[in-house]
Write a new protein. Structure first.
Length: 154
């Protein structure tokens, strides 16, 4: 199962105000398969990090609203969690908040081959990012990027 763009937009429109009122940020929403079941995976975040209690509170609130709104028309299990230390960067505020941090970028080369590049985020624009690698600065256009995530040196 996948979420249509209309369903995803309705979920975002419905959940963001609830999470904002709890001082959480909606980081991501996905449907994924786990043991033959559909899982609605909602990732939340806040400046000082997410706790298990935060996830439990958000899960209760989200569950109540989704039961009433009936946005998703197939069986699913709700899971609320943190985006984790390897969180994906998607929104402008993700890039601004994580400037100078180590990231891994999954992107395509000029020959349309998949490549992974690790470096430090040094600049963000609406169409590209610049990362500092061991070989120097590299500009990557968003059209060539598949995924960007934090990649802490642990």
């Amino acid at each position: 199962m996948t979420l249509s763009e209309a369903t995803l937009n309705k979920l975002i429109e419905t959940l963001e105000p609830i999470l904002t009122a709890l001082n959480y940020e909606l980081a991501d929403i996905r449907i994924r398969k786990e043991n033959e079941q559909n899982v609605l995976d909602v990732k939340i975040d806040k400046v000082d990090g997410i706790t298990i209690d935060d996830c439990a509170l958000a899960s209760r609130k989200i569950s109540l609203v989704l039961d009433v709104e009936d946005i998703i028309n197939f069986p699913y299990t709700l899971q609320v969690g943190s985006p984790g230390i390897f969180r994906e960067l998607k929104k402008e505020k993700d890039f601004v908040r994580n400037m100078s941090k180590r990231i891994k970028v999954h992107h395509y080369t000029s020959k349309k081959q998949n490549k992974k590049t690790i470096g430090f985020l040094t600049a963000y624009e609406s169409s590209a990012i610049i990362i500092k690698t061991d070989q120097g600065n590299m500009t990557l256009n968003f059209d060539d990027i598949k995924k960007i995530q934090l990649f802490p040196d642990i």
